[in-house]
Design a binder for this molecule. Structure first.
Ligand code: HEM
Length: 506
């Protein structure tokens, strides 16, 4: 018996050793990919490649990519290769290459590297769609986001500004440090709720309203969610094979019902409103049955509603939070901006209008500098959809390769932004902007696949900043962890421990 036992032990050890050898050899062979393709690369480590800290949930992806950018740039590279597990990722540094990928040779890099489960409802939205389906949908939705449409939506948006004021006043009266992101998140929930879902703001006041429950659900980043995201971008084939699902059934049912109810209500009561929902309903009705060219189906309509919400809510509240944080740290800049706000509002009879916000030039500079330092989306991603030969090198980027533009790395590159850690809105005067090369500022992405909601996001963020700054003087409370540290568990930039401000009424 003993002899059989030890034989089995020896055998199992043998199997484990053989497996280890095979796996290591496979990994090592995989890690030859960039060398074979003649692309300089950072040395990967088995098994995580160059992304160990990110995969272990210890570092935000955008920050790791900024480190990678810096390391590659210091070696004088114009591009380079890395690995996530065994998956090769192509990193673009040179601004001409950035232009080629995002704009000039866009037809090779049209898609994002997301796995889309076509069998799931609410997945047919712009962020996800690829190829011709994306192109058609983008074409249909582009007019919805024109400056004229956003201007017309301003009044609907402004209804939420009163609530922001009320909420801020309640917090101010408590005489406690203020979690500013929380207040701003309520504001953007209201704005997007009212503009995308067509809800009246009152519906949002109740903490336990179905809408609030939904918004809490949609942004939970559990370990399982993070793992699913990682799996879907690293091994999309496996994700497809196991029919990986992302949407919670409750969320799907909720969105579908809310959209249907809103449409029915508007039809029945012949009611229209200048909001996204109406523009989408008009598109759906354009050619009758929702399947002809020029129109969209019910699932497509509901998908856009969902993505306007998902893409518009967190990004804008993040932008406002960091803008107010930087203003709270820099009293002189805050004062200068307040003087501009007061003077422009005076010229507009004290009214905050679309035009008055456009007249605030220094506000734009402050917002741009915030977006440079704390870009909510810290990287752009594309997938190469057909083999692409670099115009000036003997290198071919293969179909299916994930391409990343490390926006945060570029935004902190000393060559373009001396003293990058310094918050300095003067970098964004018209003159200084002209002195920098193109593609050095990309908070909304670039090219035909850039952010469709940029104007809307900027207007709502500026509205929030103006609204709070005109009535309150802000300073940083010591509860804020400084220097700031971006928490790893989030999709967008978010300060670990939150940002806490003190407010003094003016
Ligand atoms: C400050 C606010 C915002 C920031 C910083 C931001 C940033 C971005 C970025 C970086 C992208 C990727 C662009 C690329 O890959 O080149 C993007 C895409 C997108 N954004 Fe925004 N966004 C903001 C607000 C909004 C708002 C308010 C909406 C909608 C109401 C929106 C809807 C979208 C959509 C639908 C896409 C996908 C576009 C496509 O693939 O065709 N975003 N956004």
């Amino acid at each position: 018996m003993i002899a059989l036992g030890s034989l089995l032990n020896v055998n199992s050890i043998g199997v484990v050793v053989a497996l280890l050898v095979v796996t290591t050899t496979y990994w090592k062979w995989k890690y030859q990919y960039w060398k074979r393709r003649n692309v300089p690369y950072l040395e990967p480590r088995i098994p995580f490649g160059n992304m160990e800290e990110v995969i272990r949930g210890k570092q935000l992806l955008g920050i790791r990519l900024a480190e990678i950018y810096k390391e590659m740039k210091s070696k004088g590279w114009r591009h380079g290769g890395i690995y996530t597990f065994t998956r090769p990722i192509y990193i673009v540094l040179d601004l001409d290459y950035v232009r080629n990928v995002t704009t000039k040779d866009f037809k090779y890099f049209m898609d994002r590297n997301v796995f889309v489960n076509e069998r799931e409802p609410l997945q047919a939205h712009l962020l996800n769609l690829s190829g011709t389906r994306w192109k058609n949908m983008r074409g249909k939705l582009t007019p919805t986001f024109s400056s004229g449409k956003v201007k017309a939506m301003f009044q609907v948006m402004a209804e939420s500004e009163n609530e922001l004021q009320q909420k801020m006043y309640q917090e101010y009266k408590k005489n406690q440090p203020i979690d500013i992101k929380e207040i701003l998140a309520c504001f953007t929930t209201n704005v997007i709720g009212t503009c995308a879902f067509g809800l009246d703001c009152q519906a949002l006041e109740d903490e336990d309203s179905p809408f609030r429950v939904f918004t809490r659900n949609i942004f939970v980043t559990t370990r399982l969610e993070s793992f699913k995201r990682l799996l879907s971008v690293t091994f999309p084939l496996v994700a497809k094979l196991i029919n990986l699902k992302f949407s919670l059934k409750e969320n799907v049912d909720f969105v579908m019902k809310m959209v249907q109810d809103t449409i029915d209500y508007r039809k029945k009561n012949n009611y229209t409103r200048k909001d996204f929902m109406q523009l989408l309903i008009n598109l759906k009705d354009a050619d009758g049955d929702g399947h002809n060219r020029g129109s969209i189906s019910m699932d497509e309509l509901a998908s856009q509603v969902l993505v306007f919400f998902a893409a518009g809510y967190e990004t804008s509240s993040t932008l406002m939070t960091f803008a107010l944080y930087e203003l709270a740290r820099h009293e002189d800049i805050q004062e200068k901006l307040r003087r501009e706000i007061n003077s422009v509002l005076e010229q507009h009879n004290g009214q905050m209008t679309y035009d008055s916000i456009q007249d605030m030039k220094y506000l734009s500079q402050v917002i741009d500098e915030t977006l440079r330092m704390h870009s909510p989306a810290a990287q752009l991603s594309r997938t190469c959809i057909k083999d692409y030969k670099l115009p000036d090198q003997d290198v071919i980027i293969e179909k299916g390769t994930t391409v990343i533009i490390p926006v945060m790395g570029i935004h902190y590159d000393e060559e373009y932004y001396p003293e990058p850690e310094k918050f300095d809105p003067e970098r964004f005067t018209d003159e200084n902007k002209k002195s920098r090369p193109n593609y050095t500022f990309m908070p909304f992405g670039e090219g035909p696949r850039n952010c469709i909601g940029m104007r809307f996001g900027l207007v709502q963020s500026k509205m929030g900043v103006v609204s709070l700054l005109k009535d309150y003087k802000l300073t940083v409370n010591k509860k804020t962890i400084e220097p700031l540290y971006y928490s790893p568990g989030h999709l967008f930039l978010s300060a670990e421990g939150e940002i806490w401000l003190d407010a003094e009424k003016i």
